[in-house]
Ligand binder design. Sequence first.
Ligand code: SF4
Length: 427
Amino acid sequence: MIGTPPPPARGCGQAPVLKERGQREVFCGLTGIIWLHRKMQDAFFLVVGSRTCAHLLQSAAGVMIFAEPRFATAILEESDLAGMADAQDEIDREVARLLERRPDIRQLFLVGSCPSEVIKLDLAKAAERLTRAHAPHVRVLNYSGSGIETTFTEGEDACLAAMVPVLPRTEARELLVVGALPDVVEDQALALLADLGIDRVRTLPARRADDAPGIGPGTVYALAQPFLGETHAALARRGARHLPAPLPFGEEGTTAWLAAIAAEFGVDPARFEAVTAAPRARARKSVAAAARTLAGKRVFFFPDSQLEIPLARFLTRECGMEAVEVASPFIHRDILGPDLDLLPEGPVIAEGQDVDRQLDRARAARADLNVCGLGLANPLEAEGLTTKWAIELVFTPVHFYEQAGDLAELFARPIRRKARLRLEAAE
Ligand code: SF4
């Protein structure tokens, strides 16, 4: 393949993994509601939680307050927590009121939170009962967005995994692209696949309930996000088959992701080359601009978004960076194996977190860029280290060829800003 460096002689596929099980610093899974509600245009997310959960959602999605929102928090009061009121009755009442007022809602997600889990509120039972009450117009599902033992991207995984068992069955041979991508990015991917001659393509999640994909033994699926471990398992249980591939970040990742699909569907190599040549060249050119800042710099990943391994592969192989440590909350070999194989040997590969020990390693390494959660960024900046918020990587369109330059630029910007600040301080 033109312009793609050969795979490293030794990748990280067999590298030892430092497993850490200490204190973690992460955001909770409710965060996913922000991008999921934009994607699923007739879905509503009702968090059953506390005022803290409501504040988190409102501050994360502040721009939405002028529009008719498609998420809300049913706040558990003291009486619910003390078991003095029947929270199930209250959920029924709130849902009935909501659905009466909002006939546009076709899918309702009851989203569990730390408080609802602590009092063991059975939202699965509530979802079944409410589906019976409001079928066929509305389907009610439940999943957990709680911050107990989870990271923020697990919210999307839990939501999609909850949808899989109720998707209709199909015998069709279809490609399913899994992961909530911004519409414009998804459209680019679908256009590339159509140009390759692959036109039976469905997406999970679909934009509308009526477009929900079928699943069956003819379904092959490609993951567009690395954090979909539960969804991956749920699809396999339905008889669908996974296409392992690097994740579609950067020119190389996108080409390899498309190539895995093309091989499965028997696309002629000449056609593959003809379809991908121009966008690959554009991607390489736009990445090269940011790579001038990134080349030779060292990057340290704290475990946060679960995108760390594919991004480290992109930054090392396409932008010339050196990875010092690449830590991820979970490492699913089925999903991340191809990216690990491409990531050149050298960095510490870590799974889980012991935040104090990892901070010590980051301080000792003094990498040029530290990719971390919001809570660590300010303290690290105060110590003179340069940071990038991992959460931005999920809120910004970064997949596929046309976004490759923007993805590289997200990492280049903080390095340039720090260089400018140093210059100004020296003057
Ligand atoms: S789900 Fe838990 S971690 Fe998330 S906002 Fe609510 S209380 Fe906080």
